[in-house]
Ligand binder design. Structure first.
Ligand SMILES: Cc1cc2nc3c(=O)[nH]c(=O)nc-3n(C[C@H](O)[C@H](O)[C@H](O)COP(=O)(O)OP(=O)(O)OC[C@H]3O[C@@H](n4cnc5c(N)ncnc54)[C@H](O)[C@@H]3O)c2cc1C
Length: 338
């Protein structure tokens, strides 16, 4: 992607040590929280991130003339463009990771903040059929990045987020309703008192909505920026639907949209590594949690994994969303330091 705000650095030969006190897989909110907590307790920590910038679902984007800040900025020793291929076990204990280029990195503590499916299904491949069987993906999303003419006041952009749940949400989640649901509109530029001085006459924002995963199944395996014309037609239709919703809820944005770009579940899978492009990782529905009468399918998800030395951080070890990811990182570090 051109013009992302790059955080972290790609390692040069010799940069990565053969051993650390702890390695963290994934540099989203969960991974970075765990890494910072461990480092502040004096541990030598390396974070490995597959993408070319750190931050996971919270990294910032730029396009010529436009900037979207969807979350946090990291600092520190974070190796980007460094996918982890495998978590190493020494007997029944985690002992480090193997990077995609074959480099072995040893550590008595491995924190995986790359999601449960990636951790147990790919990085560990522990063959635990029971565990795999109960891992159900959450819903994916489409994300429309917007550039608007005018400072945030002119198009009437709110400082608060808008969550729109009109329509039949149950039918959507049953797969019998509309293609998108659960609209979320956010304009961080309106909350930033320094925005207008830095970007006079311009505003940015994001519209996020859950989307039916089946729509993107025909395009699985296609490559970013080399997608099929049918995929481009689908994204154009979804973009038009989301713009309609924007104008319905914020009418003063009409005629002011100067730039838009749609991210899909395939984009999320490509950049943030979540299988199926899930927004909140594994399904966080009623069945996932114990309801007092029966156990939840996700009850086994904990920062302490049952494998000595391996900890799960991020939104899959606790709850979905930014707070769930950060709390998951905090708890994983706490368990690792215990
Ligand atoms: C536009 C947008 C708006 C949002 N708004 C909100 C909001 O208002 N409130 C809220 O609560 N949540 C929101 N969310 C969701 C929230 O951002 C996420 O739930 C949270 O950031 C997830 O953090 P995480 O650390 O668990 O995962 P991620 O941030 O996805 O981090 C996982 C990282 O692991 C990396 N990785 C995966 N596999 C490997 C591998 N093999 N080797 C190395 N690295 C790997 C990925 O590249 C990724 O960087 C929003 C998300 C988006 C996209």
């Amino acid at each position: 992607m051109t013009g992302s705000v790059l955080v972290g650095r790609a390692p040069s030969p010799g940069d990565i040590s053969t051993g650390y006190d702890a390695v963290v897989v994934g540099s989203g909110a969960g991974g970075l929280t765990a890494a910072v907590c461990l480092a502040r307790q004096g541990r030598r920590v390396a974070v490995f991130e597959q993408h070319f910038t750190a931050g996971g679902y919270t990294h910032a984007y730029r396009r010529p003339g436009w900037e979207w800040d969807v979350g946090i900025h990291a600092g520190g020793e974070v190796f980007v463009r460094t996918p982890v291929a495998r978590i190493e076990l020494d007997g029944a204990r985690a002992s480090g990771v193997v990077l995609a280029d074959g480099t072995q990195v040893r550590a008595p503590v491995v924190v995986s903040a790359a999601g449960a499916q990636n951790t147990f299904g790919t990085l560990l491949d522990d063959g635990d059929g029971e565990r795999s069987a109960v891992m159900r993906r959450g819903f994916p999303f489409v994300l429309l990045f917007l550039g608007l003419d005018g400072d945030p006041v002119e198009p009437g952009l709110p400082r608060h987020n808008l969550m729109v749940t009109d329509g039949d949400c149950d039918a959507f989640f049953d797969g019998t309703g509309v293609r998108t649901s659960g609209l979320f509109l956010s304009f961080s530029c309106a909350k930033d008192p320094t925005w207008t001085a830095q970007h006079p006459g311009r505003s940015t924002g994001e519209i996020l909505a859950y989307v039916q995963p089946e729509l993107f199944e025909p395009f699985q395996g296609s490559r970013w920026r080399r997608r099929d014309p049918a995929y481009l037609a689908l994204t154009a239709e979804l973009t038009a639907e989301l713009l309609d919703q924007l104008h319905r809820h914020l009418p003063r944005t009409r005629g002011r949209v100067a730039y838009h770009e749609l991210g899909t579940p395939l984009t999320a899978e490509h950049f943030a590594g979540w299988p199926g492009g899930s927004l909140y990782g594994l399904a966080k529905d009623v069945a996932a949690f114990r309801d007092g009468r029966r156990p939840g399918t996700a009850d086994w998800l904990r920062p302490r994994t049952g494998i000595d030395g391996l900890y799960l951080a991020g939104q899959d070890c606790l709850a979905g969303g930014f707070l769930g990811a950060v709390t998951g990182g905090l708890l994983a570090a706490h368990e690792a330091l215990d």
